[in-house]
Design a protein around this ligand. Structure first.
Ligand code: SAM
Ligand code: DTB
Ligand code: SF4
Length: 326
């Protein structure tokens, strides 16, 4: 017997205990749109309140001058983007910003530094920052580049809840995006984060010139990690003038929603974050992403170096959709 919404020959999950393959994931991705969204929303309701969306806030605690050459990034020293590099922000400023984010409804505070990896001399300051932000009663997340196992342990001991480290795209397409490190370097840091006991935040970007296959393979890699990431940010490329990937073809909105739905189905218990790129999305597209199982966003009018919707704009959207913040 076929369940309603399923097509003959298309199962919507791998057999218990077996891993996702490109073929099984791709078959789900290509379901008729209504069947795909029905399945994603059904899976979503098994694990989450469908009308609640988690709010995170980002702060760039060290901008620009990054030695990596990620082809999408405003902060790479390889590209002429006009961004002025800064030193690591002091703890008082960070705490003042985190307090404002808490007042605006954020429950998680995510801090990013444009580093290839934290230097040993940075670690004491980072540990102090984690403690000070946690003391406000916020969950903490950091994204600082690659980590050695000892550094991950130190952050975990300091109480850091999440570490963000994206794989960004498929293993095949990765060299077209970044040449100063490999896909396996990303996986190694993710392993260090997992072993240290922190939660993993890992996702990618759509709109880098990748194919449908690359997008699906990216999700297969994430879903097949020893444990899937607790948080999966799906970013839409924000084109940055001066970066090599700025002229990439914009992702078709329906294809974007399909990837959100597939992420929800493949990682049923994870938070799927509708991450960068919301200023370029209509309310209707965002509504479809929430229907497809996205249940987290970044709030506040700035991400790291680019614009994000104003709080008042997001409040109106949440009111229109009857969504509540968590
Ligand atoms: N340096 C750190 C690292 O290596 O992970 C973290 C900072 S980096 C800015 C965090 C993530 O933001 C990237 O992995 C990428 O997925 C996303 N991102 C960066 N620039 C973006 C852009 N222009 N558009 C969309 N997403 C972007
Ligand atoms: C993630 O996946 N997206 C966030 C966060 N993790 C660190 C970053 C988005 C950055 C968008 C471009 C910018 O503001 O520079
Ligand atoms: Fe550096 Fe991170 Fe930007 Fe890559 S994405 S250039 S590692 S700040």
């Amino acid at each position: 017997m076929l369940e309603m919404g399923e097509q003959a020959g298309v199962t919507t999950a791998p057999a218990a205990g077996s891993a996702w393959t490109y073929e099984t994931a791709s078959a789900v991705y290509r379901l008729p749109f209504n069947d795909l969204l029905f399945k994603a929303q059904s899976v979503h309701r098994e694990h989450f309140d469908p009308n609640r969306v988690q709010l995170s806030k980002l702060l760039n605690i060290k901008a620009g001058g990054c030695p990596e050459d990620c082809g999408y990034c405003s902060q790479s020293s390889h590209h002429k983007t006009g961004l002025v590099a800064s030193k690591l922000m002091d703890v008082e400023t960070i705490v003042a910003e985190a307090r404002k984010a808490k007042d605006a409804g954020a429950t998680r505070y995510c801090m990013g530094a444009a580093w290839r990896n934290p230097k040993p001399r940075d670690m004491d300051a980072i540990v102090e920052i984690v403690g000070a932000v946690k003391a406000l009663g916020l969950e903490t997340c950091m994204t600082l580049g690659m980590l050695e196992r000892e550094q991950a342990d130190r952050l975990s001991e300091a109480g850091l809840d999440y570490y963000n480290h994206n794989i960004d795209t498929s293993e095949r397409y990765y060299p077209k995006v970044t040449s100063t490190r490999g896909f396996s370097d990303r996986l190694e840091t993710l392993e260090h984060v997992r072993q240290s006991g922190m939660k993993v935040c890992c996702g990618g970007i759509l709109g880098l010139g990748e194919t449908e296959r690359d997008r699906v393979e990216m999700l297969v890699t994430l879903a097949n990690l020893t444990e899937p990431p607790e948080s999966v940010p799906i970013n839409q490329l924000i084109p940055i003038p001066g970066t090599p990937l700025a002229d990439s073809k914009r992702t078709d909105p329906i294809e974007f929603v399909r990837i959100v739905a597939l992420a929800r189905i493949m990682m049923p218990k994870s938070y799927v974050r509708l991450s960068a790129g919301r200023t370029a999305m209509s309310d209707e597209m965002q509504a479809l992403c929430f229907l497809a199982g996205a249940n987290s966003i970044f709030i506040g009018d700035t991400l790291l170096t680019t614009a994000n919707p104003e709080d008042s704009t997001d409040r109106r959207l949440f009111d229109r959709l009857g969504l509540q913040a968590t």
